[in-house]
Design a binder for this molecule. Structure first.
Ligand SMILES: *Cc1c(COP(=O)(O)O)cnc(C)c1O
Length: 362
């Protein structure tokens, strides 16, 4: 790895590789010209492979929350069931309410996940036209059983499944077509390891049909406008051209690694490196996972700190040694640390940061 790279383990934004940063400095091109069209066309196939879809991948100049709002404005007619197991699930629910739709929340405690039987019951109890959910809840490090939850949603033909895959996509399996996700999106600054500034998503045919029935779905984030522009290899408005360069560079690096599956394997290995540390010296010091086994994100580990220790103090002390980790989110601020091992990080890097955590805790 490049010297100086590999010490920044925030769960977003993640560390951007120097080769990708360098792509940002290329000169501007006209956004309606031939070069831009070529750039967009060149990324179309690699983006489909990344999302595991035959459909067009929509790219927008906004952070991931922009596409969360797109999901709601174009995908929720009247009432959504929002699965809430942490801060980002709550954000999705709040957007449903903020756009004038009814929201029914299905809550579980931080670190837990909504399971298929719970979703099944909730959908039987309440009439909704969409489900919003977060796959990898970055605030708690919990990974929802997306494939099984999608199967439950599919028993209700009029219900769309809208999925925040911001810290799962490109870091752990997300099968857009095979799992039948109606809208799935991510942001550039998480497992894709790009600078913040782009959102990427895929809409199913059902999602586009639904959008057409919602005339007041907005303008800047209209999924239909994005889909039509993407069909023409065009951006909707003036896009963040520099970030497109970076995306193009990163897609080439992903291909060079062996494609998205190789990337998944590397993230799985990083997740396992943390589990091994918890099973060994980390656990010996009193660190433990917030989420249960089998429900742990491959990209962010949320760890409870030992009794009597303060998470913020630990994160700060690690920072003083030249490494960066996240402290806990919201109510978990004092009691958990979060290590974002996503993007271009390696197992050796993860072991390195864990050694620092260990050193400041002893
Ligand atoms: C970071 C994050 C978001 C929000 O992303 P922004 O790019 O800040 O809008 C949404 N969902 C999840 C799960 C995230 O980790």
């Amino acid at each position: 790895m490049t010297p100086g790279f590999g010490r920044f383990f925030l769960p977003g934004p993640t560390e951007v590789h120097p080769e990708v940063l360098a792509a940002l400095t290329r000169p501007m091109i006209p956004h309606r010209g031939k070069e831009m069209r070529g750039l967009i066309a060149g990324m179309a196939e690699p983006l489909k492979q990344l999302f595991r879809t035959q459909r067009r991948v929509l790219v927008g100049t906004c952070s991931a929350t922009g596409f969360m709002e797109m999901a709601v404005r174009s995908g929720v007619r009247q009432r959504a069931l929002s699965l809430v197991s942490g801060a980002f699930g709550e954000r999705f629910a709040a957007i449903v309410a903020a756009t004038g739709r009814d929201v029914i929340r299905l809550n579980v405690a931080p670190g837990r996940t909504i399971e298929p039987d719970m979703l099944h019951d909730a959908l039987r109890r309440s009439e909704v036209d969409a489900v919003t959910m977060v796959h990898s809840e970055t605030s708690t490090g919990a990974l929802a059983p997306l494939e099984a939850l999608a199967q439950v949603v599919h028993q209700h033909p009029d219900v769309l499944l809208l999925v925040d895959a911001v810290t799962s996509l490109a870091g752990s399996p997300v099968e857009t077509d095979a799992w039948g996700l109606d809208f799935v999106f991510t942001g550039s600054q998480k497992a894709l390891a790009l600078p913040p500034g782009l959102a990427l998503g895929v809409a199913s045919e059902r999602m586009l049909e639904r959008a057409k029935t919602i005339p007041e779905r907005g303008a800047y984030l209209d999924v239909i406008a994005f889909d039509e522009a993407a069909a023409e290899m065009q951006p909707t408005n003036t896009p963040a051209i520099s970030f497109y360069y970076a995306l193009d560079a990163q897609l080439q690096r992903i291909a060079a690694e062996g494609g998205v599956e190789a990337r998944w394997r590397r993230h799985d290995a990083m997740r396992q490196a943390v589990e091994q540390w918890i099973a060994g010296s980390g656990g010996g010091l009193g660190f433990s996972y917030l989420p249960d086994e089998g429900r742990r994100s491959w990209t962010v580990s949320c760890l409870k700190v030992p009794e009597g220790k303060n998470a913020r103090t630990i994160a700060q002390a690690v920072g003083e040694r030249g490494w960066t980790i996240g402290s806990g989110y919201g109510s978990l601020k004092e009691s958990t640390i979060r290590i974002g091992h996503m993007g271009d990080h390696t197992v050796a890097g993860v072991q390195g940061v864990l050694a620092e955590v260990e050193a400041v805790t002893r």
